[in-house]
Design a protein around this ligand. Structure first.
Ligand SMILES: [Zn+2]
Ligand SMILES: [Zn+2]
Length: 393
């Protein structure tokens, strides 16, 4: 471990001396050398992540894809988002704008009595060991991430931005960073604020974010990789997160109705339903089949509510149980399920978990059902997002 850290630091130093430092001088920012060194760390992390994606996750996707890649343009846009975020451009802009203000704001609050919650000092001798405090921070940040994500779905205005992330119908390992920039600004500020509040060391913060991001890339992968039951309950799997992205499970106003009888939008020939884990999920709109109940209340039996209600009893069919699909204690049902970032524990604890999903088609209900436009290219997605936020679209 120490050797790895040493290697990383040496590479960071090299990157700083050969690229970031000279660049900072050239831009007249020679006074920001410390920040430049941190930036070199972020850039290195991003390069490593992209290397792992290209060398490990990418080949896995080709080996065992959930669906064929038919929309390469949609994937290219996600690659753009990934490069923008992981190679530090977004962080750089944040640093010179909002983050700078946040840090100054926290400094001001400190002066006026805001305490730092030093989690690593809770139990001297134990929690201040690097490995222990790292795990604690990882869990604490993941809990914050869970609630942020849940509110991205529950708060109507926030969903208008988060919808950009869910509008990808050709989900791949690149999709993690596909977010509205304003959404990224908000979530970034929440995490930076939390880091300042609980006093996490910068190097640990970089490591935390790096690990989470890599896991998130894996979770978005177009990868059919069933995990054993215990593993899925320990960490968020690609299937678990894909279920979060399933059509008609993302935000879903109560009156949403699945598009019965429509052909699958992107999946084409591959019948996702066949033998997939959640029989209750067979009614996912894009399946191209009518919901089992078939009647005037298509949501009742097989769709979201039921699959959610049937959650824990994995893979059971829910066609008959559908008399009160939403009622059955399904806290998160109207706004989706499985918000967890790294650990599914929070979803289990706060009753928003759904184990029922297989490898369903991804997207947003009204996008599929009504052809609502969430934008194909980067700028269209950003522009339309602002429009939705302002209630214009
Ligand atoms: Zn989401
Ligand atoms: Zn996602």
């Amino acid at each position: 471990m120490d050797t790895l850290i040493e290697l990383f630091e040496r590479a960071q130093q090299g990157l700083f001396e050969t690229l970031i430092g000279p660049l900072a001088f050239w831009l007249g920012a020679g006074n920001l050398m410390e920040e430049g060194f941190t930036a070199a760390g972020w850039l290195l992390v991003g390069l490593l992540q992209i290397a792992v994606m290209l060398l490990v996750i990418g080949p896995l996707q080709r080996l065992s894809p959930v669906e064929p890649v038919t929309d390469r343009r949609a994937v290219r846009v996600d690659v753009l988002y990934t490069l923008l975020h992981r190679l530090g451009l977004f962080k750089l802009l944040m640093f010179f704008s909002f983050e700078g203000w946040a840090i100054e704001g926290f400094g001001w609050l400190r002066v006026h009595g805001l305490p730092t919650l030093h989690i690593d000092q809770l139990w001297p001798g134990v929690t201040d060991q690097a490995a222990v405090s790292f795990v604690i921070y990882l869990v604490v940040f993941d809990l914050i991430g869970y609630w942020v994500h849940r509110w991205q779905h529950h708060a109507h205005w926030w969903w208008q931005l988060h919808a950009v992330h869910h509008s990808q119908r050709q989900m791949t390992m690149w999709t993690d960073n596909r977010n509205h920039l304003l959404d990224s600004v908000i979530t970034d500020l929440v995490f930076v604020g939390a880091a300042l509040l609980i006093g996490v060391a910068p190097t640990q913060f970089v490591a935390l974010v790096a690990l989470s991001q890599l896991m998130e890339s894996l979770q978005h992968a177009n990868l059919r990789w069933p995990w054993p039951r215990w593993a899925e309950r320990l960490l968020v799997s690609p299937r678990f997160h894909r279920h979060h992205h399933a059509i008609a499970l993302s935000h879903e106003p109560a009156d949403a109705v699945p598009p019965q009888g429509e052909a699958a939008p992107s999946g084409g020939s591959e019948p996702r339903a066949a033998g997939s884990v959640g029989a209750s999920f067979a009614a996912v709109p894009s399946q191209g089949e009518a919901a089992p109940s078939g009647g005037s209340e298509p949501r009742a039996a097989g769709s979201v509510g039921a699959s959610f209600a049937a959650g824990p009893s994995q893979g059971e069919a829910a066609p008959s149980g559908g008399s009160e699909p939403r009622a059955a204690g399904s806290v998160g049902a109207p706004y989706g399920a499985n918000y967890g970032i790294l650990f599914p524990w929070w979803d289990m604890l706060f009753r928003s978990v759904s184990w029922g999903g297989g490898y369903a088609a991804t997207g947003i209900d009204d996008q599929v059902r009504q052809g609502r436009d969430y934008g194909r290219g980067f700028w269209a997605q950003q522009w339309l997002g602002v429009g939705r936020l302002l209630g214009r679209r």
